[in-house]
Design a protein around this ligand. Structure first.
Ligand code: KG4
Ligand code: ZN
Length: 341
């Protein structure tokens, strides 16, 4: 099936054409980051308006890059949630209107499910596997039995990992979103320079907490204003990143060992982090686990990732239809209960 997928859950307007849920023909992402950076975070109303302005252009570009007329498209997948309600509605209304006009089926897919399955655009992964989804809004550990069957085994109790990166960057005067910049600054710093806390690391569960770690960084830079510049800033970034990575790896390691499932997928925007990729690779090698992390372009928000669940649901006639609406809050376990979405 030739699938057009449309993503507009947050601050990226994205569209992609994918054949049979695996072969990417185009993957166009228009980022609004420079607009939201002025406000230090995503402004929902501005995000919706920008999606409206951009979505047709991005879809046209995706078709042009794939060298296909719109009449060649056989199905449409769109992000239904979780995300910003207004932003999601732009993608959903566009998808429904196009599908209606073309007389083809449309399916709404889960954004986090799409992140987790994105790896299948690059590699085959056998079920079951453990998945760590780390993005701006999520830090969740799942046991994945099949497409559509997810069990949450742990999650953050407060900030998501990406949110912690962005908030720490902001308090150090770095631009939004700060994750990638902290990663770059950390590369030149000493991860052992400052011993920041490793929240919940010794607790016997798979939950995370990052808000206390962010406060620890805030207290440190207040006491040491010189730490906001030069090599001292590199050390703060490296030490903070090391703390986040150690907690993420430690809980993930426990999940892999205790479940006996030696296959691990790491997904979402924070999976671009070079320290996390390296630490996960080291742990996987030590434990003899198979590690799957998509290329950075497929880790952050994009349209192609929707095609893996989208193609599966459309081909199996699950949850397709024009009654689909936005689900700003949509836990993955809710999908498992119904066998589809
Ligand atoms: O998955 P994503 O693109 O959008 C959401 O669904 O949230 O993730 C965005 C998050 C942001 O918080 C961003 O700062 C973070 O991913 N991020 C990173 C890196 N690249 C993006 N965090 C740490 N290191 C990076 N290299
Ligand atoms: Zn995302």
């Amino acid at each position: 099936m030739l699938l057009l997928s449309i993503e507009s859950s947050c601050d990226e307007t994205a569209a992609s054409v994918v054949r049979n849920g695996r072969e990417i023909l185009s993957n166009i992402v228009a980022s609004q980051i420079s607009i939201h950076a002025d406000y230090g975070g995503v402004v929902p109303e501005i995000a919706s308006r920008k999606h409206l302005e951009t979505i047709s252009i991005v879809i046209e570009e995706a078709l042009r890059k794939a060298d296909l007329p719109i009449s060649a498209i056989e199905g449409i997948a769109v992000t239904r949630g979780p995300g910003l309600a207004g932003a999601l509605l732009v993608g959903i209304s566009t998808a429904k209107a196009l599908a209606y006009g073309l007389n083809i089926p449309v399916v709404g897919v889960n954004h986090i499910e799409s992140h987790i399955l994105a790896i299948m655009l690059e590699r085959d992964v056998e079920f079951p596997f453990i998945a760590l989804a780390v993005s701006g809004g999520h830090t969740h550990l799942y046991e994945v039995q099949a497409i559509g069957r997810y069990k949450t085994i742990g999650q953050t109790l407060d900030d998501a990992a990406g949110e912690a990166f962005d908030k720490v960057a902001k308090l150090m005067g770095l631009p939004y979103p700060g994750g990638a910049l902290i990663d770059r600054l950390a590369a030149e710093g000493d991860p052992r320079a400052i011993k920041f806390p490793r929240p919940l690391i010794h607790e016997d569960n798979y939950n995370f907490s990052f808000s206390g770690l962010k406060t620890a960084v805030l207290n440190y830079v207040r006491k040491n204003p010189a730490a906001m510049e030069g090599s001292a800033l590199n050390d703060v970034c490296a030490s903070f990143q090391a703390a986040v990575c150690e907690v993420l790896v430690s809980k993930t390691r426990a999940a892999v060992i205790q479940s006996g499932i030696k296959r691990l997928v790491v997904a979402g925007g924070v999976a671009c982090n070079s320290g996390l990729r390296r630490d996960m690779a080291t742990f996987a090698e030590t434990e003899g686990a198979e590690l799957f992390i998509p290329s950075p372009l497929l880790c952050s928000d994009n349209g192609a990732m929707l095609a893996v669940p989208g193609d599966y649901y459309l081909c199996n006639n699950i949850a397709c239809g024009f009654e689909l609406d936005a689900l700003p809050v949509w836990p993955l376990d809710a999908i498992s209960l119904t066998g589809g979405n």
